[in-house]
Design a binder for this molecule. Structure first.
Ligand code: PLP
Length: 236
């Protein structure tokens, strides 16, 4: 598929307007919401074009793909994040390259991020991924085990918890999806209210191309948008 720069520019403006509208409807401002683009399968020239329009957060979800594109991203004014499922044995390949790992869901993974970060003399910010729909084959910690996982991670050196991320189940209507976002928001607020040392609940990352508007209405302050910006994905 040929991507068109004109389409990307149009989509970029449209999404920003929608984000602003949803922000205002939920009592916030456009600046309160982070627009991260999920850039899997998108060639760096198009990613860089979106960055030139003002996009300032991108996320990849495969380590190999991130590494193969890494030298070509124009990251001077853009944060690069990891948003996909991460295997412990690949952690050392991305620590130091990404500003945030959104998908921590086990002590094993967190321990490896901590170990590698300590070795490299840096600190890595992470989100905890929550499996809000309790789906069997999906990444993420269950809501029931979330607090316990956080308690185990906070004592590890060189890793900081900055918030929560979720990918809800595919839903056939907007009320259902909103309920998952609503539940996530409550979990986020519960954890915030506990004021756990070394945990800052700054980021609530939820909402994708088909549901970012609803996610913002329910309290997301970061949305991850791929196809609505760059067009449908073509897997080679
Ligand atoms: C691909 C991806 C997205 C964006 O998906 P779209 O439906 O194309 O917006 C968001 N989050 C994660 C973790 C992804 O892998």
């Amino acid at each position: 598929m040929e991507r068109s720069l004109a389409d990307i520019e149009y989509n970029y403006k449209y999404i920003n307007e929608k984000i602003a509208e949803a922000a205002i409807r939920s009592g916030r401002k456009r600046e309160d919401i982070t627009f991260l683009s999920a850039t899997k399968t998108v060639e760096p020239e198009y990613i860089n074009y979106a960055i030139s329009l003002g996009l300032d957060h991108i996320g990849e979800n495969r380590v190999q793909e991130l590494l193969s594109k890494y030298d070509e991203y124009n990251l001077d004014n853009c944060s690069l994040q990891f948003i996909g499922h991460l295997q412990s044995n690949k952690v050392r390949q991305i620590v130091g390259k990404v500003d945030l790992i959104q998908s921590v869901d086990s002590v094993k993974l967190a321990s490896e991020i901590s170990r590698v970060s300590t070795n490299k003399n840096l600190t890595t910010d992470v989100l905890i991924e929550v499996n809000i729909g309790g789906e069997e084959n999906k990444s993420g910690v269950s809501p029931q085990n979330l607090e316990n996982l956080i308690e185990q991670i906070i004592d590890l050196p060189s890793i900081n918890i900055k918030g929560l991320m979720t990918i809800p189940p595919i839903c056939d209507n907007s009320d259902k999806i909103r309920k998952y976002f609503y539940d996530m928001r409550n979990i986020f607020l519960d954890i915030s209210a506990k004021n756990i040392d070394n945990v800052s609940m700054d980021i609530l990352s939820m909402g994708m191309s088909s549901d970012y508007y609803e996610a913002i209405l329910e309290g997301a302050n970061m949305v991850r948008i791929g196809s609505a910006l760059f067009g449908n994905r073509v897997y080679k």
